[in-house]
Design a protein around this ligand. Structure first.
Ligand SMILES: Cc1cc2nc3c(=O)[nH]c(=O)nc-3n(C[C@H](O)[C@H](O)[C@H](O)COP(=O)(O)O)c2cc1C
Length: 336
């Protein structure tokens, strides 16, 4: 199916933070949790374009969505324009609106097929992949997520910005590290600023945005149009509510920031609503110890959280965490 009419892209603005694609984490319950806390747009975990045709069970789970999960960007990975085109077309046919091409993942399993970060080493193929996706779904609906290049110091991002605009992409996201760096060193804000200046398309900043303050700073320093939170959202999804607070006008009421235990309870409720019970509890084992890591005395609870066996047990641990937090804030108050 081809579309000649352009559509407007998903919201990209300083006060419209995105939840970044997070393989293994940005599933439907987590996306809904982040949206409730202020994420304006969310991206799925990466989905194999080929897998859509051959590995339907796992791929279908990655594509789970519901009306509240909008606007949603489906991230595809692949190295063959033909598969990417067919995958995007098939998904658009079933109602998905926005798509992203993964050009940053350096996991071996992905790179050895020529997909993800491997595309950075073959800009012609990368541009052809993006073009094929645009051909399938039309203008305004396809973004590309890049890194600076395969390995330092050579950069391909600046050249790609213009080529991807020509190919019909509507936005670009940049994690300003080279693929070979993984997550080592620091995200290069100077390079991100150069990319923003060179890009004819709106740019969403990624990389080392652990707190809302980091998000605010990267917007100010680079001129990026928007930000996406990744590890910052995993560590504390309230980063979105805190980000919103920067944009609350004088006289307006700031978005409430719930307690961390309330965030856990809400995440648990969303997991139970959208996953089977066992899966939902397993997800709690990985998510909750991270959320609670800063509560006083929580280290002792962490082992129990990693092995939690039932919803009642989770609820008991949360009550204990709340009691510990209350006792410690009372002690701090008395000391002051
Ligand atoms: C656990 C994990 C999974 C990720 N999965 C994806 C993915 O599926 N697709 C993608 O483009 N980037 C993925 N990323 C990269 C993030 O979207 C983001 O660009 C990167 O973490 C840099 O941002 P941060 O330093 O603020 O976390 C992943 C990162 C992490 C930590």
């Amino acid at each position: 199916m081809s579309h000649s009419l352009g559509m407007s892209h998903p919201p990209i603005a300083p006060d419209a933070p995105w939840l970044a694609p997070l393989a293994g984490f940005s599933d439907l319950p987590f996306r809904l949790l982040c949206r409730e806390l202020g994420a304006m747009v969310a991206v799925t975990e990466m989905v194999s374009a080929k897998g859509l045709f051959y590995d339907s069970r796992n791929t279908k789970r990655l594509l789970d969505t519901c009306p509240a999960d909008s606007p949603l960007v489906v991230q595809l990975f692949g190295a063959e324009p033909d598969y990417l085109e067919r995958a995007a077309a098939a998904l658009a046919e079933t109602g998905y609106t926005y798509f992203d091409l993964n050009c940053g993942c350096s996991v071996r399993k992905v790179v050895k097929t020529g997909a993800g970060a491997a595309l950075l080493g073959d800009p012609d193929r990368l541009a052809a992949c993006a073009k094929a996706m645009v051909r399938a779904v039309g203008l305004g609906r396809v973004g590309v997520k890049l890194r600076l290049g395969p390995k330092p110091p050579a950069r391909v991002d600046l050249e790609l910005a213009a080529r991807l605009a020509e190919a019909g992409a509507a936005w670009l996201a940049l994690h300003p590290r080279h693929a070979s760096q993984g997550f080592s060193g620091t995200a290069n804000r100077l390079a991100l600023g150069e990319f923003v200046a060179a890009s004819p398309l709106p740019v969403i900043a990624s990389g080392d945005l652990m707190t809302a303050e980091d998000g605010r700073a990267v917007l100010a320093e680079t001129g990026a149009k928007g930000v996406m939170y990744a590890r910052g959202a995993l560590a504390d999804p309230r980063v979105f509510a805190r980000h919103a607070a920067f944009f609350t006008e004088k006289g307006q009421t700031a978005r409430a920031v719930p307690s961390v235990c309330d965030v856990v309870r809400r995440h648990a409720a969303l997991c139970r609503e959208h996953a089977d019970d066992r899966q939902a509890l397993m997800r709690m084992r990985t998510a909750v110890p991270r959320y609670l890591r800063e509560l006083p005395g929580c280290r002792a609870l962490r082992d129990r959280l990693c092995r939690v066996q039932s919803w009642n047990e989770l609820s008991d641990i949360l009550s204990e965490a709340e009691a510990l937090a209350a006792a410690s804030s009372q002690a701090a108050g008395e000391a002051a």
